[in-house]
Design a protein around this ligand. Structure first.
Ligand code: GLA
Length: 560
């Protein structure tokens, strides 16, 4: 099979696609590229049709009309090069002897051949897919692996440190959660489609990995809906999924087959927030069941536990999480524990100690009231206060990224629609989350992922700030009614600085080295546009549009 379609997809088509495409056209093209690799006549034929369809979609300009000028907005993220570029975390924690699954995130035109020098003997790399599977080494220690990716267009390499120990979640989790799209009507088919889209859209190539089911997969006691009613547990007390999730194991297997991971949700109370079956008095059995199904993450949502807790003391707030933290740590697979209790009792101070890998610091972002600023700002400002408690293994969680086509949490049945955030606000959102080393979970509709949203979510240099191995959350440098400045120390000695204009008028924002605790010549790099801005001696200034952001990396000159 010739390379022509692949070339086309990588250059002119990709540019066009950036302007006009839908996820579907992108996925046709991508799948076509992948199948063309296989050299099998039937799939190649089918995919020739895929390519034709994709081109027709582009030519007919099928586009999602984004709110408030998104369609005409500047796409800040440059198109990734045709040559391979390896992304994702540089450090990865796993418990000894546990099942291992990691797909090397890598952009560029496929086929790409992967290799991994010094990979521990208990692990195996599929050179074509870049998926590493097997069992983590039994011995505690650090294993420094040299990853490489080679294609007809070039090559790339990256050091990947596997740390076998007791701590997982050494960098913030990245993925998708269904809540703000599907609410109480989520189905296995929706989740499967989201996983497929994470793969096909290229999101997984930037490091998005977890595909998480939120509330409403279990039975709803007392429900009149035949799909949700029936006994919540079997005779042995095992929790039962509702009829919309006919085969949990099969769903998780599918997600794993793509090299992705999967998350599930429950509550320590008798009922979840949406009044579905919770895990009260079944904690260990339910956790074992989740592990047997193959889940890799558990969101543990306080909800009706309020009726069980005898008071609001720290010990009472901690009790259910301490219990689940110990259970999860004793499972025979790595399960990330995402604590959700909205910041009660200053959870950031003790979330890690009770076994959490992340903890929500606020109420639901989708319910946050915007005043002069949209809701994500107030959540971001609150979360930014707790920077010193975040670090490898435990992260402040300000909730999901609500952009693209997303549902309204106040009117859950009204259907998903385009975000009302301006393009500038969306860049501000993603910049703030990355500077705060927040878990990056998109919660819009993966099947309707448009090109602008992908450009916001899929900027490798922005994501690198979030995933930096040092694991520092940004410190607040300035907070006034007009300006917000965050600065995050990075592993290579550079400093990521976010300058946020909070006003509705253009504004010049200036930051002095003395504000940042640095000195000397600094090379400034525009992280979104991925180009160097020059050298600066004592101060950095920029003009920002209404609610605009600039994210710069200041690299001490001698460090280059
Ligand atoms: C709470 C959580 C949300 C979501 C819903 C599900 O509101 O904070 O993130 O999980 O419950 O009912």
């Amino acid at each position: 099979m010739g390379k022509t379609p692949l070339n086309v997809r990588g250059s002119a088509l990709h540019q066009l696609e950036n302007r006009y495409s839908t996820t579907r056209c992108y996925s046709y093209l991508r799948n076509a590229s992948a199948f063309l690799e296989s050299g099998d006549g039937v799939t190649a034929d089918r995919n020739r049709w895929g390519i034709i369809l994709a081109v027709l979609m582009i030519v007919s300009g099928v586009a999602h009309g984004n709110a408030r000028g998104q369609q005409t907005a500047e796409f800040r993220t440059p198109t990734p090069p045709n040559a391979p570029r390896i992304h994702g975390p540089k450090i990865y924690g796993v418990r000894p002897g546990h099942p291992f699954l990691y797909r090397i995130p890598c952009t560029g035109i496929r086929p790409i051949r992967f290799s991994a020098r010094y990979l521990p003997a208990s692990l195996k790399l599929d050179r074509r897919t870049g998926i590493i599977t097997g069992e983590a080494p039994a011995k505690y220690g650090e294993y420094t692996v040299e990853l490489a990716a080679v294609s007809a267009y070039g090559e790339d390499g990256r050091t990947f440190k596997i740390v076998v120990g007791d701590t997982i979640g050494l960098t913030p989790q990245m993925g998708w959660n269904d809540w703000y799209t599907f609410y109480d009507h989520v189905t296995a088919a929706d989740v499967r489609k989201a996983a497929d889209a994470m793969f096909a859209s290229g999101m997984a190539d930037f490091g998005y990995q977890y595909v998480d089911i939120d509330d409403c997969w279990a039975r709803e006691p007392g429900s009149g809906d035949p799909e949700l009613s029936g006994p919540a547990r079997d005779a042995q007390g095992n929790i039962l999924p509702n009829a919309r999730f006919p085969d949990m194991r099969d769903l998780v297997n599918h997600i794993h087959s793509l090299g992705l991971k999967s998350g599930i949700y429950t509550s320590p109370g008798p009922l979840t927030c949406a009044h579905f079956e919770g895990s009260y008095q079944h904690e260990a059995a339910d956790a074992r069941q989740f592990a047997q199904w193959g889940f890799d993450l558990l969101k543990y949502d306080w909800c009706s536990y309020g009726q069980i807790a005898k008071d609001q003391t720290i010990a009472s707030l901690q009790a259910p999480y301490r219990k689940m933290g110990a259970i999860v740590a004793g499972l025979d697979r790595d399960v990330v524990l995402n604590m959700c209790q909205y910041g009660m009792g200053d959870v950031w101070q003790w979330g890690r100690e009770v076994g959490g890998n992340s903890w929500r610091t606020t109420g639901d972002l989708g319910l946050a009231k915007g005043s002069s600023l949209p809701g994500f700002y107030s959540i971001g400002f609150a979360n930014a206060e707790h920077g010193r408690f975040a670090g490898p293994g435990g992260w402040n969680d300000p909730d999901y990224i609500l952009i693209g086509t997303v549902g309204d949490a106040r009117h859950q049945n009204s259907g998903a629609r385009q975000t009302q955030l301006t393009p500038e606000e969306q860049y501000s959102y993603m910049s703030m989350w990355s500077l705060m080393a927040a878990p990056l979970f998109f919660s819009g509709d993966m099947a309707k992922l448009d090109a602008f949203t992908r450009n916001v979510l899929g900027n490798a240099e922005v994501i690198d700030i979030d995933q930096d191995p040092l694991g520092k959350q940004a410190a607040i440098v300035r907070t006034t009614s007009a300006e917000f400045i965050l600065a995050k120390r990075l592993d290579d000695g550079s400093l990521a600085v976010g300058l946020f204009n909070l006003t509705t008028a253009p504004r010049a924002i200036t930051v002095n080295w003395s504000d940042l605790g640095i000195s000397g010549q600094q090379m400034a790099r525009d992280v979104w546009r991925q180009h160097d801005l020059g050298s600066f001696a004592t101060v950095y200034s920029t003009n920002l549009p209404a609610h605009g952001v600039e994210l710069v990396r200041l690299i001490p000159k001698q460090a280059r």
